[in-house]
Ligand binder design. Structure first.
Ligand code: MRU
Length: 500
């Protein structure tokens, strides 16, 4: 399939940053302008790219409150949202599907498709993160100014989803490096190390978190650690964080396209997909993983319908996936998780698409609890079962799924729904947040380097090689590190944390 280029989104009518011909073209004199523009808006309307996933996206036209206006159109100046206190939006987002390429109400590009959960504020010293605990009722942003804020946001589920928490952790650590630029070098080192440890500890299962933090700490070490100048450290860590966001943007677009190729389209009826948890931009920062494939199919004009598992107990499917699909205009129906077997037994599911929080070297995959059940059901009913995830979700050091740490969350999430008890007082409850699907039940793992099939060990190793070559050929356009300094990629078999 063609390798589709992705260019940074542009502000309608903003000639200064008018779309570089390629990411590489941004390097040079205008790098700062382009960089600032991309990273200011990377989470605003990730729409104007050439990737299939958004190339013909549905238009999302917000018609709601000032808060929604400010979040969806940060450049409009319609309102200032400075953190959680500011926004109590009855954010009603209305979707007005339009033809591909339709113009927005301002005559520019219509904001379209899913939206992403974080963006830099007006000053680059704050990341505004959508509080996902309040969705779908309220669209509210909270401020992240440091690694400490980022750790709290991740731990408290303000931001969640494996790729997204990695990105927010990276930016949070870079913000702390900025704050610490004037500190004594050893105090700065202690601050960075402590922050890194706190971020990694915030949630245990999604490997993207550790992977992102390790990348930044590897850069810190590479430029001299405590010996390096505070300003240089801040700049390098910010570049690394930005590179992580940039790469995710490119990679998620690619894996959506690979996923699209993978799906078998029924001839005479809409395709029926089933998904679990939330794998859209809210979870991933960019187009999404499994839901990115859905969006790509929808954008390609395929008639389709999505069964959305509600995803007990935290209800990411009901609260977040349904919200995202509604914005994107994708037909969908919410079902109780336990309905999946019934639907498959009636032939009403053509494929299951799920994400991943950690993929072991042999392909065993940890994902939201309930995924394993779906995989068993899919095998029973000969329904293809796809894991869609970037290679940053692969932990090459973990031989198989048995050792993947599984987060156990509070029992109250099982015992209460929206603050109301659903079981007799003192009922015991257990709440494992993830489960592990054996590789043997997975039809393919769709990554940014293609759809991989068993045996996954060698397929993953080749995919890492392809990614390394691609990264060398297309480094982040916003990185000013010396040529050849690509030293932050883990190799198969190398433990995370080995360089930090
Ligand atoms: O506990 P969460 O909401 O952070 O769950 C993680 C996930 O979003 C899912 O497991 C998802 O399927 C993989 S990440 C796109």
């Amino acid at each position: 399939m063609p390798d589709l280029p992705i260019v940074p989104p542009t502000e309608p009518g903003d000639a200064a940053i008018d779309r570089p011909a390629s990411p590489a073209a941004a390097v040079g004199a205008d790098v700062d302008v382009a960089r600032r523009q991309f990273f200011r808006r990377f989470a605003g309307d990730m729409v104007n790219t050439a990737a299939t996933v958004v190339g013909a996206a549905q238009a999302l036209r917000e018609t709601s409150t000032l808060a929604a206006q400010a979040i969806l159109h940060p450049a409009s100046g319609a309102a200032t949202l400075a953190g959680s206190a500011a926004a109590r939006a009855d954010a009603e987002l209305m979707v007005a599907p339009t033809a591909p390429g339709a113009e927005g109400p301002d005559g520019g590009h219509a904001p379209a498709g899913f939206r992403t959960p974080f963006r830099y504020g007006e000053a680059d010293d704050v990341l505004l993160v959508i509080d996902q605990r309040r969705l779908p009722g309220e669209l509210v942003e909270v401020e992240v100014r440091s690694a400490r804020d980022a750790s709290a946001a991740i731990r408290d589920m303000v931001i969640r989803g494996a790729p997204a928490i990695g990105q927010v952790a990276a930016v949070g650590l870079a913000l702390t490096a900025h704050q610490a630029r004037q500190l004594d070098p050893y105090a700065r080192r202690a601050t960075l190390r402590g922050s890194a440890a706190a971020l990694i500890a915030a949630r245990p299962t999604a490997v993207n978190l550790r992977w992102a933090v390790d990348r930044l700490m590897a850069r810190y070490a590479a430029i001299g650690g405590a010996e390096a100048d505070g300003l240089a450290i801040a700049q390098v860590l910010r570049e690394e964080a930005d590179a992580i966001v940039w790469e995710a943007t490119v990679d998620h677009g690619r894996l959506a396209d690979f996923g699209l190729v993978e799906l078998e389209r029924p001839e005479s009826r809409p395709m029926q997909l089933l998904t679990h948890c939330n794998t859209g931009p809210l979870a991933c920062g960019q187009f999404g993983t499994a839901l990115g494939v859905v969006q790509a199919a929808h954008n390609a004009g395929w008639p389709l319908h999505v069964w959305v598992d509600e995803t007990r107990p935290y209800l990411q499917g009901a609260r977040l996936t349904a919200w995202e699909l509604k914005q994107a205009g994708v037909p969908h129906t919410l079902v109780a998780d336990v309905a999946a077997g019934f639907l498959m037994s009636r032939g009403e599911v053509d494929a299951v698409l799920v994400g991943a929080d950690r993929i072991a070297a042999n392909g065993d995959t940890a994902n939201k609890v309930g995924t394993y059940t779906l995989a068993v059901l899919a095998a029973r009913h000969a329904v293809p079962f796809y894991v869609v995830a970037p290679l940053s979700s692969v932990d090459p050091a973990m031989a198989d799924g048995a050792a993947i740490p599984i987060e156990e969350r509070p029992a109250d999430e099982v015992l209460f729904v929206q603050g109301r008890p659903i079981a007799p007082p003192d009922t015991a409850a257990r709440n494992p947040a993830f489960d592990v699907t054996p590789a043997a039940l997975i039809s393919a793992i769709v990554t940014e380097e293609g759809a991989l099939r068993a045996p996954f060990g060698s397929a993953l190793e080749s995919a890492f090689e392809r990614r390394r070559a691609r990264r060398a050929a297309e480094p982040s356009p916003f990185r000013r590190a010396p040529a050849g300094d690509q030293g932050t990629e883990l190799r198969p078999g190398q433990a995370h944390g080995a360089r930090a």
